[in-house]
Ligand binder design. Structure first.
Ligand code: GDP
Length: 197
């Protein structure tokens, strides 16, 4: 799947702009700076295909990438942006909610969590929204190279405990480092299996 072409399709700012739900879709969500752009770049093997989600103008768009003609990968820009005007944030959150709750071809949301920080209240809110919409999600732990094995084990335990509160969550975590390449192949395999048929 990832050996083929990966193309940026469009940035979507309103529900009307969504591409037809004619193929399986997976979505990446997380707080800004969680390492989402780096992860998408590592997965696709294309440096710079996903721009840092805090790039001005990109923050309130759902960014669609096509994996050949088989699947869409959606970059849901970082939640938690203090500087945006209230009205902008409200509009963005409304789009995010409507997208997550109403996208029929959405197979799974990967909820990115920084290995150093674990699950924060804003992550919990998004997970609760996913529970309510019955959208299956799985945690991808990012930047695992940034901390030692003991601290990582602690974060993983915190996340696993937290996930028990979320019926839509997959219990298994995928631990990654975009920097070192850890977990990238495992994540590709999960996406490959999810987007078959
Ligand atoms: P985004 O805002 O979620 O798209 O985050 P970015 O991908 O832009 O990453 C935010 C910062 O974390 C950047 O300085 C990246 O270089 C750094 N980063 C991302 N992934 C990793 C990783 O796996 N390991 C390390 N050490 N740093 C990372």
């Amino acid at each position: 799947l990832f050996a083929g072409p990966v193309d940026f399709i469009k940035g979507v700012v309103a529900m009307e702009g969504l591409p037809d739900p004619d193929r399986p879709e997976i979505c990446f969500a997380g707080r800004s700076n969680v390492g989402k752009s780096s992860l998408i770049n590592a997965l696709t093997g294309r440096k710079g295909i996903a721009r840092a989600s805090n790039t001005p103008g990109r923050t309130q768009e759902l960014n669609f990438f096509a994996l050949g003609d088989r699947a869409y990968l959606v970059d849901l820009p970082g939640y938690g942006f203090a500087k945006a005007p209230v009205a902008v944030v409200a509009k963005w959150q409304a789009l995010q909610k409507r997208y997550l709750a109403g996208r029929p071809n959405l197979r799974r949301v990967f909820a990115l969590i920084d290995a150093r920080h674990g699950i924060k209240p804003v992550d919990h809110e998004t997970m609760t929204l996913l529970d309510r919409s019955a959208v299956p999600f799985q945690v991808v732990v990012t930047k695992a190279d940034k901390i030692g094995a003991g601290a990582l084990a602690q974060t993983l335990a915190q996340i696993e405990a937290e996930l028990q509160k979320h019926p839509a969550a997959f219990p298994e975590l995928i631990v990654t480092s975009s920097e070192k390449g850890h977990g990238i192949e495992a994540l590709r395999a999960v996406i490959d299996a999810l987007t078959r048929g």
